[in-house]
Design a protein around this ligand. Structure first.
Ligand code: TXA
Ligand code: MG
Length: 365
């Protein structure tokens, strides 16, 4: 297990940010690749490292208690209600960007995405950075992965994504395995009024129903329609390297047998006992333990099995927590095909279904 970031690491990381450099840091959702949100050159460094188009906006991360008015204008009352209810936590609010905040942070749009993460290492980094900046300071950070890839949920994942960046170019703060495991819920409250309700741009751990409980209206589902450009809303995204397909339980067995007949190998992730012909992986898609640090749960191949079955948690939050780490672990096996058993099409599974649907779409599924 690698060492969790302490005060010395956090101080060095905050100073790196002040000097315009890059710092990867843990949040409760996934690891972020951070730079000073008010330094356009530093933000350009994020885009270059990720290989991400520069018209894609990034989220600005704030310490608890930060002054929203420094970052956004025309803030609606319901934004404050949502902040009271869900910050710190995995909810990103899209608001109108304050005039003096560089447009580089939002890909040239007049809005800004703000979020206050609950992870203690993120909070210490953000608070210390803001102090060094003289009070106000935010860290722009997309997920710390190359464009289009699976988001990192451990510090080791981050290092694996950026082998070309040594410590002098990227500080990686370790905060263990991310608790939530998938990216924050994104809610656009920047264009309310005239019958326009808040728009859910990206489903996440905080559900539409939970948001409705606070603001009294169900957000509209906008992802992929006329929503402002959201990189995670690209149809194909969040993809592992191994081709991935989503199938119903009854389709998996036949599809797998066809592939094996051609000499291919398959790792399937699904619910309950393995279908005929599959060998259970000894490590199921279980939530990583709290103290697991940065180690991947890993999957051990049984013999020379060509059909491996990874048992998925029945609970959507546990599934989300383990999902990206498992896809990365499966990628190391060199199988020809990943098959994911389709989870239920219910509200509770919306965020997971969104991510795995996009992963499958990357392979035309
Ligand atoms: O959980 C998370 O949100 C993680 C952690 C690091 O906080 N961050 C994350 O960042 O997922 P990223 O860049 O991979 O995804 C952020 C999404 C993108 O799809 C981006 O387009 C959208 O937020 N976004 C940011 N600012 C926006 C804006 N002003 N308008 C519309 N979408 C915005
Ligand atoms: Mg991302």
């Amino acid at each position: 297990m690698t060492r969790s970031a302490g005060p010395t690491d956090i101080d060095a990381a905050a100073r790196r940010l002040v000097s315009g450099g890059l710092v990867a840091f843990p949040t409760e959702t996934v690891y972020g690749l951070g730079a000073d949100a008010e330094n356009p050159a530093a933000i350009a460094g994020i885009y270059a490292a990720k290989g991400r188009p520069s018209d894609h906006p990034v989220i600005v991360h704030l310490a608890p208690g930060a002054d929203l008015a420094h970052w956004a204008k025309d803030i609606p009352d319901l934004a404050y209600a949502l902040i009271d209810a869900f910050w710190p936590g995995p909810l990103t609010l899209i608001l109108r960007r304050a005039d003096h905040i560089p447009s580089a942070v939002s890909g040239g749009q007049d809005t800004i995405g703000l979020r206050c993460p609950s992870h203690p290492v993120a909070q210490q980094l953000l608070a210390h950075f803001a102090r060094l900046k003289g009070g106000q300071g935010g860290v722009a950070a997309p997920s710390a992965n190359k464009f289009g890839q699976v988001s990192p949920t451990t510090a080791d994942h981050v290092r694996a994504e950026f082998p070309e960046l040594d410590d002098s170019r990227l500080i990686v703060l370790d905060g263990g395995a991310a608790q939530v495991g998938i990216e924050s819920t994104i809610l656009d409250v920047s264009r309310l009024g005239k019958g326009v309700s808040p728009a859910l741009l990206r489903p996440g751990h905080i559900s539409a129903a939970q948001i409705a409980d606070v603001i009294g209206v169900m957000p509209s589902l906008q992802a992929g329609t006329d929503a402002p450009r959201v990189s995670g809303s690209l149809k194909a995204h969040y993809a592992p390297h191994t081709p991935l397909v989503l199938l119903g339980r009854d389709e998996i067995e036949a599809a797998a047998q066809r592939l094996v007949a051609k000499g291919s190998s398959v790792v399937a992730v699904g619910f309950g006992n393995p279908p005929v012909g599959f060998v259970p992986a000894d490590t199921a898609l279980r939530p990583a333990g709290k103290n697991e640090g940065s180690r991947d749960p890993g999957i051990v191949l049984v013999g020379n099995a060509r059909l491996l079955w990874v048992q998925a948690p029945e609970d959507p939050h546990a599934y989300a927590h383990a999902l990206y780490a498992q896809l990365r672990a499966i990628d190391t096996l060199g199988a020809d095909q990943i098959m994911l058993e389709r989870p239920p099409e219910t509200e509770a599974w919306r965020a997971v279904n969104d991510r795995i649907g996009r992963a499958a779409a990357a392979f035309g599924g």
